[in-house]
Write a protein that binds this ligand. Structure first.
Ligand SMILES: CC(C)(COP(=O)(O)OP(=O)(O)OC[C@H]1O[C@@H](n2cnc3c(N)ncnc32)[C@H](O)[C@@H]1OP(=O)(O)O)[C@@H](O)C(=O)NCCC(=O)NCCS
Length: 182
């Protein structure tokens, strides 16, 4: 997925702006592009440790669907609004690249990510136990078209989910570990 240089510049400055607003730091952005994937690395201070990264991949077999994956931030950057802001930028990139639909997976119970997804009209369409890892995984989908009945139903689900989860103060440590593969 190759971005035209002007669009890359725009995304670069958007990410720098939100990093300054939410984390109060200056960051550098590195894009890694191939036919199938676009990865964005956000660096702070040195070029060895990225503080945040995300990847957008083309779904094999359907050019209308993107797969959002590899969303990850260093722990000290979390819970400061940066994840929410990056999600907005990610969705903007995916839409501008011409995709009509995007899917992602998440470990069930990952509260920050689920809050972001539910609040932005993603629909949880499936959940299963991954027999390779033993993790419970949720599958979320977002359509870039008008709200559907499904997304309204999802809002109701979010209310139910929120009623249950707002009392959870701290997430389980195991959910945030760096090697927590889905
Ligand atoms: C998921 C992730 C990208 C979210 O980014 P973030 O910067 O921590 O999220 P934000 O600060 O923007 O918060 C998003 C929402 O979650 C809530 N939240 C954040 N951390 C929370 C915590 N520890 N406990 C409860 N709620 C939390 C925020 O209050 C916010 O909710 P709101 O919209 O109602 O205000 C980040 O936590 C992360 O990298 N986690 C590890 C990797 C991962 O889980 N990746 C995604 C799945 S593949």
């Amino acid at each position: 997925m190759y971005l035209i240089p002007d669009f890359k510049k725009e995304i670069d400055s958007q990410i720098k702006k939100v990093a300054l607003e939410t984390l109060k730091i200056d960051v550098k952005i590195k894009f890694s592009e191939s036919d199938k994937d676009l990865s964005v690395y956000i660096w702070y201070a040195n070029e060895y440790d990225s503080i945040a990264t995300f990847t957008i991949s083309a779904m094999p077999g359907c050019c209308g669907i993107a797969v959002s994956n590899g969303v990850k931030m260093e722990e000290w950057c979390r819970n400061r609004g940066f994840g929410k802001a990056l999600h907005k930028i990610r969705m903007y990139i995916i839409k501008r690249m011409g995709y009509s639909c995007v899917i992602c997976t998440d470990i069930t119970g990952n509260i920050p990510q689920e809050r972001i997804l539910y609040k932005n009209n993603w629909v949880r369409v499936n959940s299963f136990k991954n027999s390779r890892t033993g993790n419970n995984v949720s599958v979320f989908v977002h359509n870039f078209s008008k709200a559907t009945v499904l997304s309204w139903l999802n809002r109701l689900n979010f209310r139910r989910w929120n009623m249950f989860n707002h009392c959870v103060k701290e997430p389980e440590d195991s959910l945030w570990g760096p090697d927590n593969h889905k």
